[in-house]
Design a binder for this molecule. Structure first.
Ligand code: FAD
Ligand code: NAI
Length: 468
């Protein structure tokens, strides 16, 4: 016997579960299928949440070891207790994934655990691990199957010695030597975690700078700060293969330009070279859903695939591979399905790297504006001149606002420093509301607060910062 739904969502990550909740709020009968036992997708189970839990715990360790003494707090000998740290991380995941299960119940969403396969444009088959099979009939299907780690030729991922982010979030002991391939977001966040816990970390990056796509000034400053903390960088370096023997990894690398090949030895190698869309075993060929040349599901402005009634959102359609982007798309899609307008502004989606200092960005980089010949003004303010940052003893970094030269519209902002991930929200709101740098500059910010650095950067756009 089949159930009939208005919407069947395949994938219970931040895209899928948020779409399911919003659709249910709007009166739709909704089912969500995920092959994982717990909801929350990559983000809650093996992504955003576990990485942030470990970043927080390892940051406390770093503070206790190096920073608290300056505040007059004596700690004695401080050591890492990895099992407790990992246990705490698992509890955080458990609490949050159970929270989504509760929200599903509250919103009367049916949750099916199993592999979802599209059989026809109105039918999703669910195959459970226990061999059970079920067919769900539905008016609309939403593909929200997310992404998985990419790897490199010549590297066999075993999640023990050569690991993806998933393995790196659960290492059973602190590796003496960790090599990270890729100086992107995952490489820097998880590289920071293990360095703080005591690993000697080398980050191998193909390009000649870290954090591709970010503002050039932030890329330069962050590399200096991370190197000072003890991350070793091997830029412009290509990985050509790896072998594992006697519990060690021998990683073959060579310079991107001229130079000799060499072997780097490691206890663990983390491969963090980007993520690929999950479209395998999904039955897309049964209905002819179109993929682009990189394997992402092709959708139009309404998240509609080329097959009527089948939609897609989140990492599987590409763009910024971020949880909050997937969530916004989920809400927008659910609203469009019931005839509402829906809303998403891709120009105002922030990105945050949760290292210390944090790095946050929204909108255009200076390099991008130059490339497109858009006239702009820069307002910059260092945390070293912010009273709250001084009081905290956390003064590395700056706020940088880019505004249009003629009309003062905020085009982008880049923050490196304490609380960057939260401070950026004010600028995102400003961009979303289309208010100018002058408007932020004229807004009262509490004192002493890190937010005053945002106000001062906005004042600096007009060359009138007060405390600089
Ligand atoms: P996913 O979260 O990947 O969810 C897709 C779900 O679909 C999965 O649960 C999967 O099991 C399921 N699925 C796939 N195929 C099928 C099928 N055929 N049948 C049934 N189920 C299926 N983003 C941020 O914004 N902030 C961060 O701090 C952050 N940190 C990250 C840290 C790490 C280590 C990683 C790996 C990623 C991080 N991300 C972060 C990215 C973020 O996790 C993703 O952008 C986000 O999870 C994408 O959401 P999604 O719903 O599109 O897909
Ligand atoms: P990424 O795209 O951020 O970085 C990958 C890095 O690997 C790049 O610097 C790239 O130049 C490098 N690289 C690629 N091929 C290489 C090679 N052969 N040798 C050496 N270096 C190579 O991808 P990453 O870090 O894997 O993250 C994947 C996604 O997950 C990102 O899109 C990111 O948005 C998301 N994510 C977001 C987080 C956040 O918002 N805080 C945290 C972690 C992940």
């Amino acid at each position: 016997m089949s159930d009939i739904y208005d919407l069947v969502v395949i994938g219970g990550g931040p895209g899928g579960y948020v779409a399911a909740i919003r659709a249910a709020q709007l009166g739709q009968k909704v089912a969500c299928v995920d092959k994982r036992e717990t909801l929350g997708g990559t983000c809650l189970n093996v992504g955003c949440i576990p990485s942030k839990a470990l970043l927080q715990s390892s940051h406390h360790l770093e503070m206790a070891k190096h920073d608290m003494a300056a505040h007059g707090v004596k700690t004695g000998r401080v050591t890492a207790d990895l099992p407790t740290m990992m246990g705490r991380k698992d509890e955080v995941i458990h609490g949050l994934t159970q929270g989504i299960a509760f929200l599903f119940k509250k919103n009367k969403i049916d949750h099916f655990c199993g592999l979802g396969t599209i059989v026809a444009s109105d039918t999703v088959a669910v195959s459970g691990d226990d061999g059970s099979k079920k067919e769900l009939k539905t008016e609309h299907i939403l593909i929200a199957t997310g992404s998985e780690s990419a790897t490199l030729p010549g590297l066999d991922i075993d999640e023990k010695y050569i690991v993806t982010s998933t393995g790196a979030l659960s290492l059973p002991k602190i590796p003496k030597k960790l090599v990270v391939i890729g100086a992107g977001v995952i490489g820097l966040e998880l590289g920071s975690v293990w360095r703080r816990l005591g690993s000697e970390v080398t980050v191998v990056e193909y390009l000649d700078a870290i954090l591709p796509g970010m503002d050039g000034e932030v890329r330069k400053r962050s590399k200096l700060l991370f190197a000072k903390q003890g991350l070793n960088f091997r830029l412009s370096t290509k990985v050509t293969g790896a072998t594992v023997s006697n519990k060690k990894v021998m990683l073959s690398v060579e310079p991107v330009g001229e130079g000799d090949a060499e072997i780097i030895n490691a206890d663990v190698v983390l491969v963090a070279v980007g993520r690929l869309p999950c479209t395998q075993n999904l039955g897309l060929e049964n209905v002819g859903v179109k993929l682009d040349e990189k394997g992402f599901v092709v959708v139009d402005g309404d998240f509609q695939t080329n097959v009527p009634g089948i939609f897609a959102i989140g990492d599987v359609i590409g763009g910024m591979m971020l949880a909050h982007k997937a969530e916004e798309e989920g809400v927008c899609l659910a609203e469009k399905l019931v005839g509402q307008k829906g809303h998403i502004n891709y120009k105002a989606i922030p990105g945050v790297v949760y290292t210390h200092p944090e790095i946050a960005a929204v909108g255009r980089s200076e390099e991008g504006l130059k490339r497109d010949a858009i006239p702009y003004k820069v307002g910059k303010f260092p945390f070293g001149a912010n009273a709250r940052a001084k009081a905290m003893g956390d003064i590395d970094g700056f706020v940088k606002i880019l505004a249009h030269k003629e009309n003062d519209q905020i085009l982008g902002a880049h923050i490196i420093g304490p609380g960057a991930g939260d401070l950026i929200a004010e600028i995102v709101l400003a961009m979303e509301s289309d208010i100018s740098a002058e408007d932020i500059a004229r807004t009262c910010h509490s004192h002493p607060s890190l937010g005053e650095a945002v106000k001062e950067a906005a004042l600096a756009v007009d060359k009138r910062a007060i405390h600089m």
